[in-house]
Ligand binder design. Sequence first.
Ligand SMILES: [Zn+2]
Length: 153
Amino acid sequence: MLETPHVVVGAAIATKVVNPFLAIPLAFGSHFLLDRIPHWNPHLNTEMKKHGKPTKKSSTIVIVDVCSSLVLGLFIASKALPNSAHAATIVFSSFAAILPDAIEGPYFFLGIKNAFIEKWITFQKSIQADADFIPGIITQILTIAAAFWWIFA
Ligand SMILES: [Zn+2]
């Protein structure tokens, strides 16, 4: 999935599960569950193989996605203030939710290759449920909406 739904779900978990020792691992685990929902992602792997780097369009999508995930993650965390410990748990959980993808960042965007990253990418690819663009975006919008509903309802 894109990073925004991952972060919103991770932040939602930490909003409800206040204990950081539960929230952070749960948020991390949610990453793999969400990737089982059919979704669309920019085709970074294919582009790496074809051109040696992601296309401009994909890089732009990634930047917009990361910025929106930062804004939403920090927004949800700010709702826990003045309880700064809870807000911090939400921030760390948001990060834990995207950690599986963040590990891949240096490969796609800095050209760093090593056996661990390549094995990790193969593993993550093997659990992705891919969908076409329109349905694959709709599922992610619905995921974000469901997480917001869970947080604020
Ligand atoms: Zn993933």
